[in-house]
Write a protein that binds this ligand. Structure first.
Ligand SMILES: CCCCCCCCCCCCCCCCC(=O)SCCNC(=O)CCNC(=O)[C@H](O)C(C)(C)COP(=O)(O)OP(=O)(O)OC[C@H]1O[C@@H](n2cnc3c(N)ncnc32)[C@H](O)[C@@H]1OP(=O)(O)O
Ligand SMILES: Nc1ncnc2c1ncn2[C@@H]1O[C@H](COP(=O)(O)OP(=O)(O)OP(=O)(O)O)[C@@H](O)[C@H]1O
Ligand SMILES: O=C(O)CCC(=O)C(=O)O
Ligand SMILES: [Fe+2]
Ligand SMILES: [Mg+2]
Length: 337
């Protein structure tokens, strides 16, 4: 192929990819149309800024997740751990906070403590824990996926308990987007930070690389003999042949992942409570969608009836209202969400 034909061929390919820099190729036909070092095929899942290396960007584009080692300091993690213990002992009761127990002990009457609570959810009104969602080192990376207007939409401190033998400490394989009535999905990212060494023994995250390129799958409760925790929906039919990667992480390591990435976590075979802190961020430019008539309708119904039960909210409340109420701006402008 001569230079002119090669350039024309590349234009066609780039045109198909919707790449705006295709024009640059036309402008420099004599350059032989060889992509320069700074030229990248259009990236879909990451934004142009100088935070991620080209290698890191390519990794996220291909795999749907990216681990940044040693991102959160030991001192901060110590503070999150202390505050979590205070919340479990109910020394403080921030508005909206939900404390979850494992299904195997949900109906028992243990005094709340960090050995009973498996998850503290919605800590947006707890100043000490919410610091996690405002850490500059976290937001610096989040911005690579969401752009500059950033909302913290969902917060959790997960305290995976030693498994009772019923395997209820597992989290079934799922896509977080199932829970979210906002789009586009490419402007949403989860940050998940290990608060200690986490591996297959204490139930690390398991991810199916590349599945962020697929669509949202229907979710429902898995049919597990030993029971399943409330709202732990899973994907019924995923590709059994897809590679599974166990993310072994050290204290402070943080994984950023796409809301369509299929992931879960295994059982905790140790006697310790495995801790991680996480936040789902979204671009404030995202918009809400109506999930009625979609596969997300089942979780909407569950969440809305819980909201009615817990907060006495009535008729006409939708999933969107629940999320609008819980979301917090952490950077830039609150545009839509
Ligand atoms: C405004 C409401 C908003 C709700 C938002 C929930 C949003 C979830 C979005 C998550 C998106 C993030 C990404 C994916 C993450 C996937 C998840 O992890 S979702 C799972 C987490 N879900 C929750 O934490 C749901 C919220 N939890 C709670 O509200 C409470 O933990 C609770 C379930 C209401 C229990 O609160 P408690 O004060 O202990 O209430 P009780 O009166 O003791 O129990 C009420 C009732 O619920 C049963 N139960 C309690 N725990 C469990 C459990 N782990 N599994 C199954 N069932 C449980 C308990 O037995 C009681 O049942 P009864 O029949 O009414 O007696
Ligand atoms: N038979 C299964 N059916 C559906 N999901 C499963 C099954 N086994 C494991 N999973 C899910 O796959 C993910 C990873 O599980 P993984 O196999 O790592 O953990 P595990 O089975 O608890 O322990 P192990 O390390 O011994 O395999 C979890 O989300 C878990 O819930
Ligand atoms: O087990 C964990 O820490 C992660 C669970 C998870 O994926 C979730 O809560 O959405
Ligand atoms: Fe998840
Ligand atoms: Mg297994």
């Amino acid at each position: 192929m001569d230079g002119a034909r090669a350039a024309s061929r590349l234009r066609v390919v780039l045109g198909h990819l919707g790449c705006p820099s295709a024009g640059a190729v036309i402008a420099h036909p004599t350059s032989g149309a060889v992509p320069s070092a700074s030229f990248h095929p259009q990236f879909q899942y990451t934004r142009d800024n100088n935070v991620l290396s080209l290698e890191q960007r390519k990794f996220y584009e291909e795999n749907g997740f990216l681990v940044i080692k040693n991102l959160v300091s030991d001192a901060d993690i110590e503070r999150f751990r202390n505050e979590f213990e205070r919340l479990c002992r109910q020394e403080v009761k921030p508005a909206g906070l939900m404390l979850m127990k494992d299904v195997t002990i949900a109906k028992s009457k243990y005094a709340p403590s960090e050995k009973v609570i498996t998850k503290a959810q919605d800590f947006q009104e707890d100043e000490e824990l919410f610091r996690y969602c405002t850490l500059p080192e976290i937001l610096k990376y989040v911005e690579c996926f969401t752009g500059p207007n950033i909302m913290a939409m969902h917060t959790m401190l997960i305290n995976k308990p030693p498994d009772s033998g019923k395997k209820t400490s597992r989290h079934p394989l799922h896509q977080d987007l199932h829970y979210f009535p906002f789009r586009p999905s490419d402007s949403i990212v989860c940050a998940w930070t290990a608060m200690e060494h986490i591996d297959r023994n204490n139930g690390c995250l398991v991810v199916l690389p590349g599945t962020h390129k697929g669509t949202l799958k229907p979710h429902d409760y898995p049919k597990w003999e030993g029971g399943v925790n409330i709202m732990f929906h899973g994907i019924q039919d995923y590709d059994e042949n897809n590679a599974r990667v166990h993310l072994v992480m050290e204290k402070g390591d943080t994984v950023f992942f796409h809301p369509l990435l299929i992931h879960g976590s295994g059982q905790n075979r140790t006697q310790g409570f495995r801790k991680a802190i996480s936040c789902h961020f979204a671009s404030a430019d995202c918009h809400y969608i109506d999930v009625k008539g979609t596969s997300q309708e089942n979780i909407e119904n569950e969440i809305v009836s819980l909201a009615e039960k817990l907060y006495g909210v009535k008729d006409g409340v939708s999933l969107k209202d629940v999320w609008r109420f819980r979301g917090r701006l952490v950077k830039g402008q609150r545009v839509n969400l």
